[in-house]
Write a new protein. Sequence first.
Length: 659
Amino acid sequence: MNRARFDVQARRARCGAIIALLALLAFWSRLSAAQAAPAPNVILVTLDTVRADHIGCYGDRNVSTPNIDGLARVGVRFSHAYSAVPITLPSHTCIMTGSYPMATGMHDFSGNSLSPKIPTLATILRNHGYATGAFIAAAVLDPRFGLNQGFDVYQGHFKFSRLNQANLDQMARPGNEVMDGALAWLRSSAHPPFFIWVHLYDAHYPYKVPEPFESEYRTHPYDGGIAFDDAQVGRLLDYLRKHGLFDHSIIAITADHGEGLGQHGEATHGFFIYNSTLHVPLIIAAPGLKPRVVRQSASLVDVMPTILQILHITIPPTVQGRSLYGEMLGKSGGPPSVIYSETYLPLLHFGWSELRGLQENGWKYIDAPRPELYDIRTDPGETKNLAPTHRAMADTMRHRLYDVIRRFTPASHNAMAQKTMMDPEMAARLRSLGYVAISVGTVGEANGKSLADPKDRIQVYDLVDAAMTEGQHGHYQESLAKLSRAVTMAPHCLPIHYLKALDEYHVGNYEESLAEFQEVLKLDPTDALATYYMGLAEVELHNYDAAGQAFTRALKLDPTNYFADYNLGVVKIKQNDVNGAVELFQQAVKLNPDYADALEALGELDLYLKRIPEAIQALEHLVAVEPNSPKAHFELGRAYQAAGRTADAERQFALARQR
């Protein structure tokens, strides 16, 4: 009996050992397969200015988005995803860093550069062996703002002459050109695993798209921009399918923010934080995921940690968003996303109050001089402010908001955004895209001040916004008319005087331009851009001493303004100070080695001073920068001729004639 019991136990032990061995072998088999399989590629498409409710799979029947809708059918669609900032640069910073603006310091579209101490999705993936490429549609994401960190290729440089309005279209690339660059990189340079970011801008005002989209959407051109972008998304998805990459890639499509389209009086975006400009599409397809719709709220800061978790890459401790992977797998019960939102545009560019908000448990609170509270379950359009009648709930939400702000504001500012000066070229680039690229305050200046409620200034803002649109298309008189109306409503608003001054300059009213710039400097004596442009107006009036004083003062305020160095050099020539001019042109080239005007001036002055080797060096660089310039080739020919290099000189003269 005992022996029989012993045999049974022995057999059970042997069976258990065999089962354990088989399980161990299966584990090692799965591990080996996982190690052998290449990492998934990562494709991120950001659709600038696209509202969720203007896409087919989110319920819009007036726009054709078959490619985005098709991805939603095979991937995971988040029905309630929100931007933290309705402005392109800070919102993309949230996507790329997984952190809120309080942590990165990137609250705005100008004057800041992302700290290299903050890890981005690109830096992390490149450190894990990914080839990385970004293809950018608008100058507001210029590399100088720091989102190029971690990219092997960042196709986001935009050439622009600050006073040549004919070049305004170059500040935003149409989606087909952006996608051409992206597909060319995939064909020639991207070896798996790769991370590619494609940014499309065609749904941004003024909604300019090619045929047949322009005709088809003539009555609702905003949707035409979305349909055109969908066609470009289709080109990318078709490439992935054709080359067997689709099923082995994480593909995420989202938007940085929405568009007001007149709701709450806001025509575009950035001024308010209603869901018309915060609710965005978010669709993610990844290997092994089943199609589903996730109805829990998500924030764009969640995109980065989600991608990293899918890839089994450790999420950095700096990340403030949460991974959505659990919901994508159909699980529930995780902590909810923090749906925080803000806009500092009214404060930083107009001196009015900033807005900050929090959305949770069906309530939406906006902290403003006149607070706002909405029950978005019954009032999704945020039309009925309940703050005056639901004071207890408003107070609760306000305390929750400030808890969030404290929690996500770092104790140390070592990794915060780095302050960058706004040079005239970049200011003009941003203005051409509809941004008032001039600052009148800082984030810290909001504390304890009684500032105007943006709700009371929306008419002024819309006039300024419309005036910038007129100005960027060369309609300066129309722009001036709108700005004159705006200044009667807000007589001490610095940006209005600044934009009026620029318009007066462009139409040749230099005296009036000077008067407006003087108004700007009364409001802010440290405004470097206004001081610089005053110098340009004085030059046009042949007041060279006054111009020189203005440029000198502008350089004290901003030593990086190489335009001021160059123009002060021009003034020095007018004052017969050739050596002083040479030093200034050299300084301009030192700050910007490819600055063509300064290279040309330096080369010509070196020729005049018989400094032939220096002249050749400057003019050869000029020809490299401006290969199609007849004058560049002609001046280089003169320099070669002076050096006795006759054959080289003849070649340059011939090239000058051909141009």
